[in-house]
Write a protein of this length. Structure first.
Length: 120
């Protein structure tokens, strides 16, 4: 199926590869998935398109970066941090139990969570 000439593009989308278990000592499910992705890229099929999303964990980056022709990183984007801060702020300022907190404590929670969220 992958080698039929003149076929329309085939899209393979792997979302959240970083959530695939990564155990040590034996090939983990993540190792197996990375191997499959490497093998697919090495086939050099003109109609195959891969889209893989993941947090930038070192084992994933080490395996996939040499294979990519196009990499988009949203990891440290200002807009993501702002979205997280807005969400946390809406919760902190509307939660019944947090209403009685001091404003500086609320801001500390918002700032700390937005800064520590690491794009998540």
């Amino acid at each position: 199926m992958l080698r039929v000439p003149g076929e329309a593009p085939i899209y393979v989308i792997i979302d959240a590869l970083d959530e695939c278990p990564n155990t040590t000592g034996i090939p983990s499910p993540r190792d197996k998935a990375l191997t499959v992705m490497e093998n697919l890229v090495n086939l050099s099929l003109p109609n195959l398109r891969l889209c893989i999303t993941s947090r930038p964990e070192i084992d994933i980056r080490t395996s996939l970066e040499p294979l990519t022709s196009n990499c988009v990183s949203l990891h440290d984007q200002h807009g993501q941090r702002e979205d997280i801060a807005n969400f946390v702020s809406s919760v902190v300022y509307s939660d019944r139990n947090m209403r009685r907190w001091r404003d500086q404590d609320k801001e500390l929670v918002v700032r700390t969570l937005a800064d520590s969220a690491d794009g998540m």
